[in-house]
Ligand binder design. Structure first.
Ligand SMILES: NC(=O)c1ccc[n+]([C@@H]2O[C@H](COP(=O)([O-])OP(=O)(O)OC[C@H]3O[C@@H](n4cnc5c(N)ncnc54)[C@H](OP(=O)(O)O)[C@@H]3O)[C@@H](O)[C@H]2O)c1
Length: 312
């Protein structure tokens, strides 16, 4: 009896894991050089306390979220040393080091934290070099897989030149494998491309915030990954009657519908939804298995008339 109970538990665990792993694999992958990133990834920002500041509310759960993500087959984790600050990268290392070979950790530099929980720009040569070394040390890796240069308020092309040149030099030195950009205009992406290859763009984009529609398509054409942050709306979770109706028709949650829409929107889109909960992580992973029929896509497209921030 004891044996059969154990066997059934084992079987259930194994089959759950297998179906989750299959779901992540079925979402497809995107290659950045030699790195193969699953289109379902995970963003670590929510592991810190409110406003990405301070320790997690539930440390054991935070570690479990990271381990569950990797066990489910996710190979793309997005983090930054300024989450916590520092604490989130320390959690990543504690949960996952030594890292499996197939796991790729993307990080961001270009901001710093102030005691009032602000995020001012930190784009000087000294600050960027320091930030890259901080990430290397806390994550305990010899080189960073992907570093996104996070711009702040400025949308002017010229303003990205100096900081991106610093990161390009660090890449030449072997401290960084691939470069991306974040919070950027189309002009800034093009200006960065003239300095070094841009492999990823990480901007605010989701079902109802579609200012980047043209940039999303342009990135796909260029072979650049487009990684939307706030895929679920961030702190103001996505809310729309039409979204709820479509989700109810499909028998899934509104969040799963929003994530499935992003996966459908462009093959270059890689998801990094953030959560501090294993249950929510599992729900988000399951979004990759949601099929959106044409009728649902039409309703979702009608939610917001696309507004174009970028003309390419
Ligand atoms: N480049 C940048 O400037 C920038 C800016 C912001 C974020 N990012 C990156 O992008 C990632 C994603 O953005 P985000 O985490 O801010 O926003 P998000 O993924 O749109 O939403 C995260 C929020 O949704 C909740 N949530 C997630 N899954 C859920 C589920 N299945 N059911 C109910 N609630 C759920 C989370 O709360 P729970 O913890 O309770 O699940 C959290 O409050 C971040 O983690 C970070 O890595 C980058």
């Amino acid at each position: 009896m004891a044996e059969s109970v154990a066997a059934s538990v084992l079987h259930r665990d194994h089959s759950d894991m297998t179906s989750e792993t299959m779901t992540v694999a079925a979402s497809g992958t995107w290659k950045i050089g030699g790195l193969e990133l699953t289109r379902i990834g995970y963003g670590t920002m929510r592991l810190a306390g409110p406003n990405a500041w301070g320790p997690p509310y539930d440390r054991a759960e935070a570690l479990a979220v990271l381990r569950t993500a990797v066990e489910a087959g996710i190979t793309h984790i997005d983090t930054s040393d300024y989450y916590g600050p520092h604490l989130v990268n320390e959690l990543v290392r504690e949960a996952l080091h030594p890292y499996p070979e197939h796991l790729h950790i993307a990080t961001k530099v270009g901001a710093r934290r102030t005691p009032d929980r602000g995020w001012p720009a930190a784009l000087s040569r000294r600050e960027l070099v320091q930030a890259v070394h901080d990430n290397l040390r806390r994550l305990d890796v010899p080189a960073l897989d992907l570093v996104n240069l996070r711009m702040t308020r400025s949308r002017a092309a010229a303003d990205i030149v100096d900081p991106f040149t610093v990161l390009a030099e660090l890449r030449e030195q072997g401290l960084i494998r691939h470069l991306g950009v974040s919070n950027v205009s189309a002009e800034q992406v093009r200006a960065a491309q003239r300095i070094a290859p841009v492999t990823a763009v990480q901007n605010h984009y989701n079902l109802v915030s579609r200012y980047d529609d043209a940039l999303v398509d342009w990135c796909a054409g260029q072979g650049i990954a487009y990684v939307p942050f706030y895929p679920l709306g961030g702190i103001r979770s996505l809310q729309a009657d039409a979204l709820d109706r479509v989700a109810a028709d499909l028998g899934v949650t509104a969040r799963q519908t929003a994530l499935a829409w992003l996966l459908h929107r462009s093959p270059a889109i890689l998801l990094i939804p953030g959560t501090s909960s294993v249950a929510h992580l599992r729900e988000n992973i399951a979004a990759a298995a949601v099929h959106l029929p044409d009728r649902a896509l039409r309703h979702l497209d009608d939610l917001t008339a696309p507004r174009r921030r970028t003309s390419m």
